[in-house]
Design a protein around this ligand. Sequence first.
Ligand code: SAM
Length: 241
Amino acid sequence: MKKDLIFAKPVDQISEFVFDEHVVNVFSDMIKRSVPGYDVVISMIGVLAEQYAQPGSNCYDLGCSTGAVTLVMRHRIRKKIAKIISIDNSQAMVDRCKVNVLNDKMIIPVEVMLADIVDVDVENASIVTLNFTLQFVDIEKRVDVLNNIYSGLLKEGVLVLSEKIRFDNKEEEKFQMDMHDNFKKLNGYSDLEISQKRTALENVLVPETLSTHIDRLKSTGFSRVYAWFQTFNFVSIVAFK
Ligand SMILES: C[S@@+](CC[C@H](N)C(=O)[O-])C[C@H]1O[C@@H](n2cnc3c(N)ncnc32)[C@H](O)[C@@H]1O
């Protein structure tokens, strides 16, 4: 696994974070050292997928990056589903995801597509995942993404939504952010790396509160919405149609 050193050197003018080939090359290391509980979330998505995948349906990995969710679903699902559809709007991510799928020997068909999840029609879906992806979509377009997912889900279909969140309570916000910074420091990131990356992500990753997510999912029509995972300011929610 190649080490993430993208923000290790001081930069005069920090540009907005993009998921380009430099990020792709270190993505696995970057996300594990930056998102507390990432590995747990990935493997539990496998458990959820195994439980809720429906025969003949599609399973979607929206914002698939290099394919961690795609591959865990492919390995865990035992029912005869139609296919896994993995979508990302970064060409570099899609190219890497395709290589990772080709190198994987499981038999469930996988279609990897370059597309914006705002424009994609979800169809015949039993499971849809948005694993740390909705946070990168313009806030006003997030409801459209969820409406589209809801209408493409089958009865009893499931959305797994994982997000970085913010907190209305200032003391809690400070505690959770401090703990997240400590997590990154313990994983070897310097203060400079943490602060330069924060600047690069400022207008790119826009977190919302847990209650905003839950309320939006409920008003989209999801009947049961449960937060099943939280570590500091990272949560994962499961929503049932
Ligand atoms: C933090 S990564 C997701 C991690 C991945 N789901 C995983 O579990 O390893 C966010 C991904 O979402 C993609 N993305 C962001 N906005 C998108 C959009 N509007 N449509 C499609 N993909 C998007 C980015 O290119 C990036 O690969």
